[in-house]
Design a protein around this ligand. Structure first.
Ligand code: OOG
Ligand code: NI
Length: 465
């Protein structure tokens, strides 16, 4: 092997980032170990069923990272690095209003988009960009200072970007270039030893801890790296038993009897990390910052637009009912809402068009000489085809905001009397210089391609829908 392909670069980058982050944040290593133990136990207990949403190999290696940058230019550079790894921007998340605390960012996720690439290595990175132009957080003077500060820093060395462009253009790198690229790329996300200007950092911190983490320093760093677990309730119990103080909830859908859908996540605050600080008189003292955290997630089936609308409505209903019954746990309220309003089998989720599946002709389909029915529901019922759930590969804005918020020590400030700066997926596409893809369209495509193949294999005239 004399070259590394893009997926091999992606897998190597994820593995090296994980090794680096484990050295920086030891609690991460514990989280990865406990996740692996839980996954092995679930596999033993549930057998093949445990792999319904991904092979154990994929799930064990699976991580998402989170990074935060300051400007559209920095975001464009990040996009070039991820393009080298076969990762594309998917989804637009506006977290500025999704949290009670000040989280002045808009985000997207870089990830592989086609099924084969996802199966090889699904590494994804939730990427947030600061919004200095939003007057609810930054007055004109602070905005100007912040923009000047950001314009004067360089997060990614030119050599890294050149190698990234080469990998994207040629879809591979020589071993030597790959080694250099990986070193530079991992290095760009390492915590810097350069002293932090304490007065500047604190000025931003008064507005938002997230703003200080992004715009208060001259470098960037990985904020967290999240393993995937097959039983997040059990993981939560085991981490708590080990003395790790988790945030008080698991975000996203509740634990319930039906299929896992979308994404459930929980986290804990990492320890304060020593950072050199430069004081106003120019001397360097040792200080500490507590900005990084540990997070873990369980993934479920991707919901269609209708399914997602149902999910959002149910969350609202859970809020309302929990407010009316303060004595009851939110989890219990959510479970009963779910049981009342969401079908509890994959078959019904598919039949009602609430979730995405891919379809294959069954190897043991009936061979009685009859023509297959031209209806997907009938084909499933009569054993002609099988359905496989499509895994949710994206994020949830409300959960993301909840995770940001629960790990902040101060609320910061947001002046709601001001009109917020407008951002949307189209704006972000323009800023990045690449189209921000619509996650629903990607899942839909996966499903409809499989239906086309089934129709062809069974020689059905019309299209299946
Ligand atoms: C990103 C927070 C969101 C998730 O998994 O929803 C996130 C950040 O803290 O930078 O990572
Ligand atoms: Ni995360």
């Amino acid at each position: 092997m004399s070259t590394l392909s893009q997926w091999q670069l992606r897998a190597a980058f994820a593995a090296r980032l994980s090794e680096m982050y484990g050295q920086e944040v030891p609690a991460y290593t514990m989280l990865v170990d406990v996740s692996r133990e839980v996954n092995e136990d679930v596999l033993r207990a549930r057998g093949a069923d445990a792999e319904r949403l991904g092979s154990i190999g994929r799930v064990t290696a699976e991580r998402h990272g989170a990074i935060r940058v300051g400007t559209p230019q920095e975001l464009r550079q990040v996009a070039r690095i991820f393009a080298a790894l076969g990762m594309h921007p998917v989804g637009f998340y506006d977290l500025r209003e999704a949290a009670a605390s000040a989280v002045p960012v808009v985000s997207t996720a870089f990830r592989p988009v086609d099924g084969e690439e996802l199966a090889r290595n699904p590494f994804r990175v939730f990427t947030s960009m600061l919004t200095p132009a939003d007057p609810r957080f930054f007055d004109p003077d602070l905005r100007a200072r912040l923009e000047t500060f950001l314009a004067g820093r360089e997060l990614f060395p030119p050599e890294l970007l050149t190698l990234a462009d080469r990998a994207a253009a040629e879809q591979e790198l020589s071993l030597e270039d790959a080694e250099r690229f990986l070193q530079l790329a991992v290095g760009a996300f390492e915590l810097s030893g350069e002293p932090v200007d304490r007065a500047w950092y604190e000025t931003l911190e008064r507005i938002s801890a997230v703003a200080a983490d992004i715009g208060g320093v001259r470098s960037t760093h990985i904020n967290h790296l999240t393993p995937r677990v097959l039983d997040i309730d059990e993981l939560y119990r085991r981490m708590t038993e080990r003395g790790i103080e988790m945030i008080d909830t698991i975000q996203g859908p509740p634990a319930w009897r039906g299929p896992d859908v979308l994404l459930r996540q929980t986290s804990f605050r990492a320890l304060a990390e020593p950072r050199a600080m430069r004081t106003p008189d120019g001397s360097v003292v040792s200080g500490a910052l507590r900005v990084r955290f540990g997070e873990v997630e369980a993934r479920g089936i991707a919901l269609t637009r209708e399914g997602r609308a149902r999910y959002d409505t149910l969350l609202g209903l859970v809020d309302q009912l929990s407010a009316q019954a303060p004595g009851e746990s939110r989890g219990a309220v959510a479970r009963s809402v779910w049981e009342e309003h969401l079908p509890d089998t994959e078959e019904e989720l598919a039949a009602q068009g609430l979730a995405y599946f891919t379809y294959q002709v069954a190897a043991d389909r009936p061979r009685d000489g009859n023509r297959p029915p031209a209806d997907i529901g009938e084909l499933l019922r009569r054993g002609w085809v099988r359905a496989e759930p499509v895994v949710y590969e994206d994020f949830l804005p409300r959960s993301a905001a909840g995770i940001f918020q629960s790990n902040l020590s101060s609320e910061g400030t947001r002046d709601n009397a001001q009109e917020g700066a407008a951002y949307d997926a189209e704006w972000l596409s323009g800023a990045i210089g690449r189209e921000v893809l619509d996650p629903f369209a990607l899942y839909e495509q996966q499903q409809s391609r499989s239906l086309t193949q089934v129709a062809r294999a069974l020689e059905l005239d019309g299209a299946l829908a």
